[in-house]
Design a protein around this ligand. Structure first.
Ligand code: ADP
Length: 258
């Protein structure tokens, strides 16, 4: 079987061989005035549709910088980046925001829910900015909350939810605009083991349903569930490997095919 697995393809992306992400020679230099910090020093990365990738590495290695670039929150100093076949490296702020809203869903360590809004209203937020009408917003938000197992918590505010439930609301919010890719920064970092396991199971379930996930993590349990682990050190990818999970899945689907 070819690597990477590509499960959902659409004809418009043939130029990237079905890759949702193609990064070539990406560099990021932070200029703090006195000194320049080269946070990424030449990243080449391809991620296929339907992959589940964990990004690991020590603190300061460049993981957050990479996630920010992947999610179009920032632009590289140098190099090419195609997201869903769209060249985004040289876009100005407004166009970058447009690509981000259409193509990327974010999940953060601290959930980043708005405390004064209910779970339902939090999930509706990206759709509000995305110009989706009120009725459709509500319908999709209800559906999203049901999908993450919170159909009975729609009118709860974040303070009335557990950490694991808050993260599930955040995941429903990230999915509400039906993004091409879900990016998560330490999604289990603020959760106890039980809630962390629930969130991991949810991410895995989303992946099985076809979502593409890139997750920065220190959590060994999470990187074990991912299909592929990319390791960064000093701004460079030093290891990119398929996990046992991926090999098991590949061989079981070959068995089914035979
Ligand atoms: P990680 O997420 O792996 O901890 P980061 O991407 O946050 O790593 O940081 C990579 C390097 O870039 C570090 O040396 C960090 O100090 C530096 N860095 C990150 N953000 C900035 C910034 N906004 N300004 C200057 N330096 C930064």
């Amino acid at each position: 079987m070819n690597w990477p697995l590509s499960r959902k393809t659409n004809g418009s992306e043939t130029q990237t061989n079905g890759h949702i992400i193609t990064m070539q020679s990406i560099r990021k230099v932070y200029d703090t005035g006195k000194i320049q910090v080269e946070a990424l020093r030449g990243i080449d990365l391809e991620v296929g549709r339907g992959e589940f990738v964990a990004v690991i590495g020590p603190s300061g290695s460049g993981k957050s910088t990479l996630l920010n670039l992947l999610g179009c929150l920032d632009t590289p100093s140098d190099g090419n980046y195609l997201l869903g076949g769209e060249a985004v490296a040289g876009l100005d702020r407004d166009r970058l925001a447009d690509v981000r809203n259409r193509r990327v869903g974010f999940v953060f360590q601290n959930f980043n829910l708005l405390p004064q809004l209910t779970a339902l209203e939090n999930v509706e937020m990206p759709m509000l900015f995305g110009g989706i009408g009120r009725k459709e917003r509500r319908r999709r938000a209800m559906e999203g909350l049901e999908k993450v197992g919170l159909g009975d918590r729609t009118h709860h505010r974040p303070t009335e939810l557990s950490g694991g439930q808050m993260q599930r609301v955040a995941i429903a919010r990230a999915l509400s605009m039906e993004p091409d890719i879900l990016l998560a920064d330490e999604p289990t970092g603020n959760l106890d083991t039980g809630s962390g396991t629930d969130v991991l199971s949810l991410l895995e379930e989303l992946w099985k349903q076809g979502s593409t996930l890139v997750v920065v993590t220190h959590d060994a349990a999470l990187s074990k569930r991912a299909q592929r682990v990319v390791e960064i050190r000093d701004g460079l990818i030093v290891n990119d490997r398929r996990t046992q999970t991926a090999r098991d899945k590949a061989s079981s689907s070959e068995d089914t095919a035979n």
